[in-house]
Design a protein around this ligand. Structure first.
Ligand code: NAD
Length: 290
């Protein structure tokens, strides 16, 4: 397949390289001038998009996605698929999908989970919104870049699934970390805490698969000095997107709002920037109630 790939950053670079390694003809573009192995570098986004059957975008935010979409849609082939894998606000995803349809194209929003490790290893999970025929066209590409793609319904629903999942994840990680810090102060050994909670009703992915306490449970960023992993900054981005969406549709999300406030304090006023999102545990360890 002829593929255009716009945004060859930490995630897009290895995703594009995996598509090229699987035998697809990939033409990429990034404003920073970056390339990726096996990918022909174009001089502009239009040049990367013009001949492609599928154009993938992997960009920082909704504003940039809207700009890039407005540039590439007029030059894309009729019926081609614009597959956006960035994490952006639901409103931008729906706007770009409408613009694509108006230009005679097909669109999918397909944000990922799995991080840079998943992008490099081709083990991402895609949460996909958009029409079924486009999903079918993109399925062989999802199979190369990832291990799972879930079709979540209409345009924007991929982003909706991603931010709802990450709102649960942020709140659950905070709850797990504050409970460990309380257990410490109550004199409960962390290993005993893990052994109980991981097999009791407080279990979660945060506790069982990504335990924030060093030396406890499976290997996680806590065992590596809280190097990300999944950076607290990216969790903050996703929590902002979920609150933005909640405001737009008048949904009451008090736990999501509390998680946003804590991660924004952690990243912007404390030492959370650049650390894994599970570094909430040492943050709570240092604190008392006030
Ligand atoms: P990144 O900053 O490394 O890459 C984004 C790239 O887009 C950069 O190389 C930048 O130069 C390029 N870019 C910006 N404006 C452009 C334009 N107008 N035209 C062409 N290229 C442009 O970010 P990343 O870590 O690769 O993340 C990309 C997306 O994936 C984000 O939406 C992020 O939220 C999401 N995501 C990231 C992770 C992760 O662990 N890094 C995990 C899941 C989802």
């Amino acid at each position: 397949m002829k593929i255009g790939f716009i945004g060859l950053g930490n995630m897009g670079g290895p995703m594009a390289a995996n598509l090229a390694a699987a035998g697809h003809e990939v033409t990429g573009f990034d404003v920073a001038g970056t390339g990726a192995e096996g990918v022909r570098v174009a001089q502009s986004a239009e040049d990367a998009a013009r001949a492609a059957e599928v154009v993938i975008t992997m960009l920082p935010n909704g504003e940039i996605l809207r700009e890039v979409a407005a540039t590439i849609h007029p030059v894309m082939k009729a019926g081609a698929v614009h597959l956006d894998c960035s994490t952006v606000d639901v409103a931008s995803a729906r706007h770009v999908a409408e613009a694509a349809t108006a230009a005679g194209l097909r669109a999918l929003d397909a944000p990922v989970s799995g991080g840079v490790g998943g992008a490099t290893g081709g083990t991402l999970t895609f949460m996909v919104g958009g029409d079924a025929s486009a999903f079918e066209t993109a399925t062989p590409l999802f199979e190369i870049m990832g291990q799972k793609a879930v079709h979540c319904g209409a345009a924007g629903n991929g982003q909706a699934a991603k931010i709802c999942n990450n709102m649960i994840l942020g709140a659950t990680m905070i709850a797990t970390c504050e409970a460990f810090a309380l257990a410490d102060k109550l004199g409960l050994e962390r290993q005993a805490m893990f052994d109980v909670v991981s097999t009791a009703s407080g279990y979660s992915w945060s506790m069982n698969a990504y335990c924030p306490a060093p030396g406890i449970g499976p290997k996680s960023p806590a065992d590596n000095g809280y190097q990300p992993g999944f950076a607290a900054d990216l969790m903050l981005k996703d929590l902002r997107l979920s609150q933005q969406a909640a405001e737009e549709v008048d949904a009451d999300t008090p736990m999501g709002r509390a998680a946003l406030e804590l991660y924004s304090q952690f990243v912007e006023q404390e030492d959370g920037a650049g650390r894994d999102f599970s570094a909430m545990l040492p943050r709570f360890e240092k604190r008392g109630r006030s």
